[in-house]
Design a binder for this molecule. Structure first.
Ligand code: 5GP
Length: 199
């Protein structure tokens, strides 16, 4: 029997404090899973650089975003640096029902909302920095922000890491290859769960 026909797809979400290396992990995992479905989020932030509508994001006005929420077109949404980001409902539901997996890079609250809604069809992964000192160093190494902004981010990170226990899994990003391998292991193990086999 083809596994794809006997189970729903799994939504894997990855969240964590800013600067933890979540984006790099997500990109590496996606490379290893070219068959994963892609969820293009809606956002009220403006496109950056070469970003195109419908590719990186669906770029929406506040009014359009409000309308999507009202009409139930958004499964979860959150505010990040004053702009809203949300996962469109229809493509995600279609992926899950057709047995297709996907990987979502969303905020902490977004992951918790996804879990609440989809239960076992959603698997949430929290990426932790090895320590707050290491996170501070990584933010300083980026060289893009003032010390004041870095302190602000660190304070936010301190409260964010308290949410880690609400996630299904925690991956500590002290070594990128190891973190990616651990996410791969989670994906493999989740696929092998007996509850996913409708036999
Ligand atoms: P950026 O503006 O750098 O592309 O993304 C900022 C943040 O928005 C990232 O931390 C990313 O995880 C989060 N994000 C992107 N799309 C979504 C979404 O659909 N829902 C939620 N909750 N967060 C999102």
């Amino acid at each position: 029997m083809n596994e794809q026909n006997i189970r729903n797809g799994i939504m894997f979400s990855i969240s964590g404090p800013s600067g933890v290396g979540k984006g790099t992990i997500v990109n590496a995992v996606k490379e290893g899973h070219p068959n994963f479905g892609v969820s293009v989020s809606a956002t009220t932030r403006a496109p950056r650089g070469e970003e195109k509508d419908g590719v990186e994001y669906y770029f929406k006005t506040d009014e359009e975003f409000d309308k999507m929420i009202e009409e139930g077109d958004i499964i979860e949404y959150d505010t990040f640096v004053g702009k809203r980001y949300g996962t469109p409902a229809a493509p995600l539901k279609k992926m899950v029902e057709s047995g297709e997996d996907c990987l979502l890079d969303i905020t902490i609250l977004g992951s918790l909302a996804l879990k609440d809604k989809f239960k076992n069809d959603a698997v949430t992964i929290f990426v932790l920095p090895p320590s707050l000192e290491v996170l501070a160093q990584r933010l300083r190494d980026r060289g893009t922000e003032s010390e004041e902004k870095i302190q602000e981010r660190l304070n936010t990170a301190k409260s964010e890491v308290l949410q880690a226990g609400k996630f299904d899994y925690i991956v500590v990003n002290d070594d990128l290859d190891k973190a990616v391998a651990e996410v791969e292991s989670i994906i493999t193990a989740e696929h092998l769960k007996s509850e996913r086999f409708k036999v």
